[in-house]
Design a protein around this ligand. Structure first.
Ligand SMILES: NC(=O)CC[C@H](N)C(=O)O
Length: 390
């Protein structure tokens, strides 16, 4: 006999209510509901700090097939406000599995819902744009009433709008940390699976943690960087005390515009001429620091198969994406040029300063999860640092 599962509701601020099954922690959650089209990588998505205050709908129907493991986490905890999926397989299997997805969600206190029509939900979000929502998970056997649905809609409407929210301060760290761990390999230097360590670092990078993903730090370390990860509010003068060869501006949640402390630090650091690389929120912060503007997109880009064109050589990369804001191409100052563009909607994907060794990318070259086509941007950063040192 199949187990009786606890009921759950997903309510959207527009009044739409879906009934499904709770597959995570009991309780309630609110956030901006977005959809991600990646086929795999749910653990990396859940733990990506950029999803703070967002409830993620995964459009791929079977989620949980390979459980979760110790290595694939992008941060020390789940950051997504909630998870929405179509179907949780009864069994999961993988040689690295340490928990099932459901066990993990319960342990992390993450409220999640399955067994609802995620295609219908995605169409609502795509047509009307991302909107706030709430998931309410009830105890087994609860009879869901119309009053409970009304209450869930009211909860969805109580969530603040993402526009104007500085969430980098919410997810950043308190103290600096030195990072030396390289990428996970099936067979490392000793022939065993595991992460490596950077030895004899060629470069020292100061990385601003606005919600940094671990794979970014690993890809920097893999390329010979010792990374000092610093809190979001670190003033430029403080960062310079580390005598960095390069400055990295990380990804992160929320609206870039209110992050005035980060914009000011980035402006000052880029001015020094130290090579600077920004990813996602870091790209937006570099653009704002250079005088461009950002705007809130209708439903953003969240997936692992977005084609992006490199305007310098025409090369198209399939990329990982997760952003709800973008830099307005019409506002670029004379010293900021477009280097990459999305082939989905023509929005800006990459920028470079014409007067300083600083560049940035809107998508996720660390691709965790996702394809590695555009990992060359990390090499561009180490090349810039090598040139500056020579
Ligand atoms: N992944 C990110 O860094 C996202 C940046 C920003 N929070 C956005 O939604 O656009």
């Amino acid at each position: 006999m199949l187990p009786v599962l606890p009921p759950a509701l997903l309510a959207l601020a527009d009044g739409t209510v879906f009934q499904g099954t709770s597959i995570g922690a009991a309780g309630r959650t609110v956030g901006e509901v977005v959809f991600n089209t990646a086929l795999t990588g749910y653990q990396e998505i859940l733990t990506d700090p950029s999803y703070c205050r967002q409830i993620v709908t995964l459009t791929y129907p079977h989620i949980g097939n390979y459980g979760v493991n110790v290595q694939d986490t992008e941060a020390s905890k789940v950051h997504a406000a909630g998870l929405i999926i179509k179907d949780l397989p009864v069994r999961s299997s993988n040689f690295r599995q340490s928990q099932t997805l459901s066990e993990y969600l319960v342990a992390e206190g993450t409220v999640a819902i399955s067994d609802l029509d995620t295609r219908r939900l995605t169409r609502i979000l795509r047509t009307g744009g991302a909107q706030n929502g709430a998931i309410v998970a009830y105890p087994v056997g609860t009879e869901v009433t119309p009053a409970m649905k009304d209450e869930a809609v009211a909860l969805a409407r109580s969530a603040p709008s993402m526009a104007g929210l500085d969430l980098a301060q919410v997810v950043t760290r308190d103290e600096p940390e030195v990072w030396t761990e390289t990428e996970w390999k099936l067979a490392g230097a000793d022939g065993l699976p595991g992460f490596g360590q950077v030895t004899d670092a060629a470069f020292h990078v100061v990385a601003y943690d606005f919600g940094v993903k671990r794979n970014i730090l690993r890809m920097l370390a893999e390329r010979g960087c010792k990374v000092t990860v610093v809190p979001a509010r670190t003033p430029a003068a403080e960062a310079l005390k580390h005598r960095p060869d390069g400055i990295f501006l990380s990804n992160g949640p929320g609206d870039p515009e209110p992050c005035d402390y980060a914009i000011a630090a980035a402006r000052e650091l880029i001015e020094t001429g130290i090579p600077t690389f920004g990813i996602c929120l870091g790209h937006q912060i570099m653009a704002l620091a250079s005088g461009a503007r950002t705007f809130k997109m209708k439903f953003g880009h969240h997936g692992a198969n977005h084609p992006v064109k490199d305007l310098d050589n025409g090369r198209v990369s399939i990329t990982s994406q997760n952003h709800g804001f973008a830099v307005d191409a019409a506002t670029l100052p004379a010293n900021l040029r477009a280097t990459h563009v999305s082939l989905f909607d023509g929005t800006l994907q990459g920028l470079a300063r014409t007067d300083k060794p600083a560049f940035c990318f809107q998508g996720h070259p660390e691709a965790s999860p996702g394809p590695h086509d555009i990992a060359y941007l990390f090499d561009r950063f180490t090349d810039l640092m090598a040139q500056a040192k020579a």
